[in-house]
Write a protein that binds this ligand. Structure first.
Ligand code: ATR
Length: 288
């Protein structure tokens, strides 16, 4: 029987997930379908309740459903979903829906696959932003045992909340406790705080097509630090361009999107798909 999966969003037309999963379904010759479901917020609960009887083996969630899906699934969520407070991947387990957040895996794998010798434990990580994407990134950094994580945000209270939530959760996870010291600083300190950084990650929307540029000086950042932008449209953001000129290693944001999809595909279809240059080109061609 054809295995059906879809991305649920509102709106959802812009989603790149069908191209991405469609590419792998064809490549691995799997009897599967990956479609789009446009679902209004008030209809999400009902749609999820009917998911299995409608013939789906799982789904992805995108804007604006990730946080609500986490609330709906309650205890049927894993540690990554708890940390981020959002679910982006749903699959069936023991006849029930389960939710996870594969952005955490996507962030870490994107870095490690771009720079296999990158050592997260070597020093300080600076994270710009404190939204949902920042939560996934900080969660990934804690998991990789980064000794010091600095969250830089315009609204300090929001960053403090991310810190509080993630420290609370890390207390309950083996191997996480006492590993990462998390600090919060105001946005105005961004140019100085990158001094001694081992990795800098932009999780804000700044630099994205249609958004203001991210204004940050890289004068103080060590030349051997890695700079990652999770923005992937445009692929080469001003931050990455400046970092390259400064001599830093850079990692663009497209890989996070591709690697987060690996986790879902493997759960639904039983094959761990490969992220290749050809796949990147395929997805990029849909963005033009
Ligand atoms: P997501 O959940 O996708 O990460 P979000 O919750 O809207 O998105 O978060 C966007 C991030 O970009 C926030 O950290 C936001 O800062 P605030 O918490 O102060 O709002 C940050 N951001 C957006 N526009 C910004 C700007 N002009 N200057 C500084 N930070 C900005």
């Amino acid at each position: 029987m054809t295995k059906k999966v879809a991305v649920i969003g509102y709106p959802v037309k812009h989603s790149l997930s069908p191209f991405l999963h469609g590419y792998w379904l064809k490549k691995y010759n799997i009897d599967g379908e990956y479609g789009l479901l446009e679902v209004k917020p008030e209809d999400l609960k009902g749609t999820l309740a009917r998911l299995e009887s409608d013939g789906y083996v799982g789904c992805n969630l995108t804007i604006p459903h990730k946080e609500e899906a986490y609330r709906i699934l309650g205890n049927n969520t894993g540690i990554t979903a708890h940390s981020v407070g959002a679910v982006n991947t749903i699959y069936m387990q023991y006849g029930e829906l389960w939710g996870s957040n594969s952005d955490v895996y996507g962030f870490v794998q994107n870095i490690l696959n771009s720079h296999s010798d990158f050592d997260f434990t070597k020093g300080k990580a600076v994270v710009l932003g404190a939204g949902g994407a920042a939560r996934a990134v900080v969660c990934g950094l804690i998991g990789e045992k980064v000794p010091e994580i600095i969250i830089v945000n315009r609204t300090v209270e929001k960053a403090e909340k991310v810190k509080e939530d993630l420290l609370k959760i890390s207390d309950h996870v083996d191997g996480w406790e006492d590993n990462s010291d998390i600090k919060v600083v105001h946005w105005d300190e961004r140019n100085e705080i990158v001094k001694d950084a081992n990795i800098l990650v932009n999780t804000t929307s700044l630099g994205m097509k249609g958004q203001p540029e991210l204004d940050i000086s890289l004068e103080n950042i060590p030349k051997n630090a890695l700079v990652n932008d999770i923005v992937y449209n445009p692929l080469e953001t001003k931050l990455l361009k400046n970092a390259m000129e400064h001599g830093n290693f850079v990692v663009d944001g497209l890989g996070m999107l591709l690697y987060q999809a690996v986790a879902g595909f493997e759960m639904w279809f039983g094959i761990k798909p490969e992220v290749t240059e050809d796949l990147r080109e395929h997805v990029l061609s849909q963005m033009k």
